[in-house]
Design a binder for this molecule. Structure first.
Ligand code: MRU
Length: 379
């Protein structure tokens, strides 16, 4: 039986070059493809995800990563899983499997939960198509959100431009196009400024242990023709002290009701240094990354990843092969908390698709209400 799959993305001019996730018109039904981020920056390989298992594996292995992107891939993963089995037990099982894959970024639970809620009241036979349509809607919404967030962030950053020198931004991890369906969150304002011919340069934290800055942020910025310089994670404080950073902007994986921010481990230290040096510290946050069900950052689950990511590094050898090498003496233990929490008090502003808001309960509650109202009106 051929199923009809409406809800394919409507692309705008210029979108494609910044897309990390594409729908593919596979027979008998569409699938998705995405850049394999475990091969970057050395190899640009698109992988086809045709099943729930493919999507789950891609998220767990970090072929795809970044809060909004794992949300979108999770949504498609649930839709693909429902093509095989769409009864209530399968719906619950598939949902739980996806949500458990990466615990800190709330976008995954949000997107998968949104698809589940959309189809739960439908007849089993109608679920797969409806889930696919909802996944496409989530992906397209991510593109729109990030474009708007980029405009607002660029307006904010423009105020820091001084004559005769480029705007100097520092960022941590990767919150660019590779972390989203398109444009990125923290890097969306940078892309906007660059498109508007505002000279901008980016200090890129390498972001141990997985080096998302050195391998992913540096890759996407340099491909876009934006000047960037990779620095060791520990260099940011000294750069700020020397007056070489006009603003720090980072993404986030979850923001609690009081404005505390979970993001890639090391973010907190950058926020402390920024406060000490009087450098504005901005957090780019699409509304699906808000989690008002958690009162404060201490309630956010912090993903603990394999110690091997700390004891070893992956890179390219002189022969061009991608290899892993050991850094730490045999038998010495390592710990690998993958995220940290930056207290709201250190955040200058949260940049959203609706404009900048304060990192406080009142502003975030108003933002969540506005985003929910817009979503209701759009559906
Ligand atoms: O472990 P990762 O690579 O998924 O962590 C990504 C980050 O911490 C990003 O800063 C965050 O997801 C925001 S992405 C727009």
């Amino acid at each position: 039986m051929t199923m009809q799959f409406p809800g394919q993305p409507v692309r705008e001019a210029g979108d494609d070059a910044l897309r990390t996730l594409r729908v593919v018109d596979d027979a008998p039904a569409p699938s998705i493809e995405t850049l394999d981020q475990t091969r970057l920056p050395f190899e640009e390989r698109w992988v086809r995800l045709r099943s729930f298992e493919d999507c789950l594996r891609a998220i767990a292995s970090m072929q795809v990563r970044g809060a909004p992107l794992i949300g979108a891939v999770g949504a498609y993963g649930l839709a693909l899983g429902l093509r095989k089995q769409a009864d209530d037990a399968s719906l619950a099982l598939l949902t739980a499997g996806l949500v458990a894959a990466r615990p800190t970024a709330v976008n995954l639970a949000w997107a998968v939960g949104r698809v589940r809620d959309r189809v739960a009241g439908l007849a089993f036979v109608a679920r797969a198509v409806a889930a696919w349509v909802e996944a496409c809607a989530i992906a397209e919404e991510d593109v729109r959100i990030n474009r708007a967030l980029g405009e607002h962030g660029a307006q904010l950053l423009r105020r820091l431009v001084r004559p005769g020198r480029p705007l100097r931004i520092l960022t941590h991890c990767n919150a660019g196009r590779l972390a989203t369906v398109a444009y990125g969150t923290a890097l969306a304002p940078v892309y906007r400024l660059h498109a508007d011919a505002v000279p901008v340069e980016v200090w890129v934290d390498e972001t141990r242990p997985r080096n998302q800055g050195a391998s992913l942020t540096a890759w996407e910025l340099s491909r876009a023709g934006i000047t960037c310089t990779v620095v060791a994670d520990n260099a940011g404080g000294e750069l700020m002290r020397q007056g070489l950073v006009d603003a720090v902007i980072v993404g986030c994986d979850r923001i609690a009701a009081n404005g505390d921010v979970a993001n890639k481990v090391g973010t907190y230290l950058k926020a402390l240094a920024a406060r000490d040096c009087g450098v504005p510290f901005y957090v780019a946050c699409p509304s699906p990354t808000l989690d008002l069900s958690l009162p404060a950052g201490g309630d956010i689950p912090i993903e603990e990843r394999s110690p091997r990511e700390v004891t070893h590094v992956v890179g390219r050898d002189a022969q061009g092969a991608i290899v892993e090498v050991q850094l730490v003496p045999d038998g010495v233990p390592a710990r690998n908390p993958a995220f940290d929490v930056t207290p709201a008090a250190l955040v200058t502003a949260i940049v959203t698709e609706h404009g900048p808001v304060g990192a406080n309960a009142a502003d975030l509650a108003a933002l969540a209400a506005l985003a929910a109202r817009q979503r209701r009106e759009a559906s």
